[in-house]
Design a protein around this ligand. Structure first.
Ligand SMILES: C[S@@+](CC[C@H](N)C(=O)[O-])C[C@H]1O[C@@H](n2cnc3c(N)ncnc32)[C@H](O)[C@@H]1O
Length: 211
């Protein structure tokens, strides 16, 4: 798998770095509640610039997998400030380099929109989770049919995907998560303006059932 040209990768890393304060504003309280469900051994996929670092409990054994060197540069700098035990791996979540049932919990925030194959990634997340392990997520999703946002997504879909390195604003990620996990619960939040292409977000968790 390859990523786009270096300048776009740099742009996206700087963009995400500058968006951190905003993400804390809109998701901070939700993340506090979601991350309280995490076990000790946690995998975060697509950790980006490290937006989620402040939300982990201090005794967390955190592994992150992230394909972008530019994101990782910011991540590593930020990670120095947190007293967590962190293992960083450069790679893609479609092929997780871990044994089955390695983690208590897996975290994905704003990542399943960008991966090449969300189905492969969800299958991998389920594989590396321990039985009864929890998958927590925040993802922006496809707008409901016949809404203004749906029309906005139709118009901007291609350009957005090009600019934001594969980010697909029309993915029905909630449905996909439900097909891989049990006891999936999420809420959908919506910003005030229907003209925002990433207007609808799902925030929740699912469980890997032990069979
Ligand atoms: C919109 S950013 C979100 C970053 C971070 N999770 C956050 O909430 O701020 C999407 C991230 O997913 C990463 N990504 C893209 N494709 C990926 C893949 N196949 N596997 C893992 N991460 C991926 C990108 O490099 C980027 O860091």
């Amino acid at each position: 798998m390859s990523k786009s040209c270096g300048c776009k990768s740099r742009f996206n890393a700087v963009f995400m770095k500058n968006l951190e304060w905003y993400l804390h504003n809109i998701y901070g309280n939700y993340k506090k509640s979601l991350f309280s469900k995490l076990g000790k051994e946690v995998l975060e996929i697509g950790a980006g610039t490290g937006t989620n670092l402040p939300y982990y409990k201090p005794d967390t054994q955190l592994t992150v997998i992230e394909p972008s060197k530019d994101m990782l540069e910011f991540f590593l700098k930020k990670a120095e400030k947190y007293p967590l035990n962190i293992r960083v791996i450069e790679g893609f979540a479609e092929e997780l380099p871990f044994e089955d049932s390695s983690f208590d919990s897996v975290v994905s925030t704003l990542v399943l929109c960008s991966v090449k194959s969300p189905q492969k990634v969800l299958r991998e997340i389920r594989r590396v989770l321990k039985p009864d392990g929890v998958f927590v997520f925040i993802e922006h999703v496809k707008a409901p049919e016949n809404t203004i946002t749906e029309k906005v997504q139709d118009v901007l879909h291609k350009g957005w995907k090009w600019l934001f390195e594969g980010c697909d604003i029309k993915r029905d990620t909630g449905k996909m998560i439900q097909s891989f996990f049990s006891d999936v619960h999420y809420r959908t939040i919506r910003f005030n303006s229907p003209f925002i292409p990433v207007n609808y977000h799902i925030i929740g968790h699912g469980i890997k059932k032990s069979h």
